[in-house]
Design a protein around this ligand. Sequence first.
Ligand code: MN3
Length: 240
Amino acid sequence: MLSNRRQFLYSLGVLTTGTLLANSLPLLAFAQEEDGPFQLPPLPYDYDALEPYIDAETMKFHHDKHHAAYTKNLNAAINKYPELKNQDAESLLRNLDQLPADIRVTVQNNGGGYVNHQMFWEIMTPNSSKIPQGSIATAIEQQFNGFENFQTEFNQTGLSKFGSGWVWLVLNSNKQLQIISTSNQDSPLMMGMYPIMGNDVWEHAYYLKYRNNRGEYLSQWWNVVNWEEVNNRFEKAITG
Ligand code: MN3
């Protein structure tokens, strides 16, 4: 809550210092749209930080419009049931069948969109090591018989996803790494799996730069993967 409050103050211009100022700027436009328990997290880098692999205009629309809309719609659904306000978004997704029927699909789509994109910004970086680091490196090597084989299977799964969705590396219920895809904004959390990393294969994630060439987008995306954060998620999932 402290950080949310700080972000809010930054967005008002009450607090203005160095690097945090840049991150606060996107909040200016839609702070008033976020009336509810969930906050749109600021991008952890500038819009153009992932150039040339992901262009600034795509990042701006993806974060400021798409992710903002999922946040707003999730808040609108949860605001109808104040008793749900203390649940985090991940818990809502893990227990969709316990939600009131009239908001279940809204939370599935918009809660999924909220959580998926929060992960997505965090597992990318302008300073990618380009190859896995830490214990996830060893686990990928063992499970997929090498990093290149893993990338090939991940890309093919993303390419063959028909329509909008995501391709994921998950930790499944047997605590094994597995590549899956989901439709729309469905999260692996809904299936009892933990999302270690995922790539967004909705057209809004790549169409401005790559047009209809999803395969090229999938190939170039590896240049911006934040393996340190992916490894953090893996270690959390293994021990959690
Ligand atoms: Mn998206």
